[in-house]
Design a binder for this molecule. Structure first.
Ligand code: ATP
Ligand code: MG
Length: 396
């Protein structure tokens, strides 16, 4: 079958009442962006609570790649390749087209059971939906001796939607769900080279949030390859989230100051507090409404509930931690699914692993942390300003 159109369905955005059009427009625009590499081959538009993608030519040769792209556009609940025909109020014409569709898609040899489901939106068509389904079922059986009806558990469901034109389709390819990116504001993702933070970014983008990212590196203690790995991860996440502005902060002097002046068992916690402070400052400059991290309760010393409380305390923006209740195994499964895993496990050091103490505190005491941070007071503000001013920005 040479399809020329897709029908895109969306679920949750259907629920948004008066704001609905904003969600639909964002989804249309994100679909257009996702298909950019094929130039003007596709036209994406909405019509009567449906989104269509029409092609100006057969797209058999790129079909699989188009599906892979669309399965990364949040907000899509299903993708159906459809046959579109002109509306007429003539039942016979419809029946001929439906039978042609079945023969083209499934051939005339395969044996399977089917059911027809009709939805008549255009009331100029003279028959009720259920009557159309019954009549079509009857005509199909007469024409296709290889088929049988099963209304409860059919192998194939034939959908017929009678609108300003008629959609005929039988496939429903599952989309990624979620909300269109751009409908829930912007968030600042603390992106390291590990497994967790790219997954966290993916999950929050899935709820419609535009992602900006910030990476703290510590040259020469961390290599250019470690930095490149983070850029690569941001690029993979951008396949779902759209372009990501990545801020790269040189954290070396801050880390060295902490290393020199603060108790070593508190290094990680104090470092994490400065990461959060800097991330929040840049988030505020760029109108991000939240911070996002890949933390999960108890995963490492800096992620005990006590530690999380201590790092959380330095910022006033909400901190989204979508992995908070996940086991590592569950996180790994998502990272494999979204194709960040292979990059995340490349062995380059991230800046935390170099300055870690042998026995980091697992229950940091805030009063002690304040005292330790006091020791930084004659240099830290300047270092923070410098790190922010000299940051590098890359659009991934
Ligand atoms: P990940 O796999 O995301 O690196 P992790 O298990 O290594 O996580 P930590 O090193 O404790 O955990 O970091 C916790 C969170 O802090 C990360 O998920 C990330 O959001 C943020 N983070 C840690 N290191 C950095 C860094 N160098 N730059 C930016 N964010 C970081
Ligand atoms: Mg890490």
């Amino acid at each position: 079958m040479n399809y020329q159109s897709f029908l895109i369905k969306y679920s949750e955005i259907g629920l948004k009442g008066k704001n609905r059009y904003k969600f639909e427009d964002a989804l249309v625009s994100n679909i257009r962006n996702s298909l950019k590499e094929w130039g003007d081959t596709f036209r994406v538009y909405k019509e009567q609570e449906r989104i269509y993608i029409d092609s100006n030519k057969d797209f058999n040769d790129i079909y699989d790649r188009v599906i892979v792209r669309l399965q990364k556009v949040f907000g899509i609940s299903s993708i159906s390749p459809i046959k579109k025909i002109k509306f007429t109020n003539d039942y016979k014409n419809l029946s001929v087209e439906v039978i042609k569709f079945i023969k083209e898609v499934y051939g005339t040899e395969n044996h399977f059971t089917f059911k027809v489901k009709t939805r008549r939106v255009n009331k100029d068509f003279p028959m009720h939906s259920d009557d159309v389904s019954a009549e079509l079922g009857h005509d199909i059986l007469e024409e296709c001796s290889n088929l049988k009806v099963d209304v409860h558990n059919p192998d194939v469901r034939i959908f017929v939607e009678i609108r300003n034109h008629v959609n005929i389709y039988s496939e429903r390819i599952i989309g990624p769900g979620g909300l269109p990116v751009g409908t829930s504001g912007k968030g600042m993702l603390l992106l390291s080279g590990g497994i967790d933070s790219p997954v966290a970014g993916y999950m929050i983008a899935k709820r419609g949030v535009v992602i900006e990212a910030i990476y703290f590196h510590a040259p020469p203690y961390t290599s250019d390859r470690a930095k490149q790995k983070v850029i690569d991860l941001a690029k993979i996440v951008s396949n779902y989230a759209g372009h990501i502005k990545l801020h790269i902060i040189n954290f070396t002097d801050i880390q060295l100051a902490i290393y020199e002046k603060c108790p070593h068992d508190e290094l990680t916690i104090i470092m994490r507090r400065y990461m959060m402070r800097i991330a929040e400052k840049i988030a505020n400059m760029d109108d991000c409404l939240s911070l996002i991290t890949g933390e999960s309760i108890g995963q490492v010393a800096s992620q005990t509930v006590e530690s999380l409380r201590t790092t959380n305390e330095v910022c006033s923006l909400p901190v989204f931690r979508p992995l908070i209740g996940f086991d590592k195994e569950e996180i790994i499964n998502i990272s494999k699914k979204i194709e960040t895993f292979e990059t995340s496990i490349l062995p380059y050091e991230d800046c935390c692993t170099i300055f870690v103490a042998k026995h980091p505190v697992t229950k940091p005491n805030l009063t002690r942390i304040y005292k330790s941070e006091e020791k930084l007071k004659d240099c830290i503000d300047e270092l923070v300003i410098k790190a922010i001013d000299e940051r590098e920005e890359i659009v991934c």
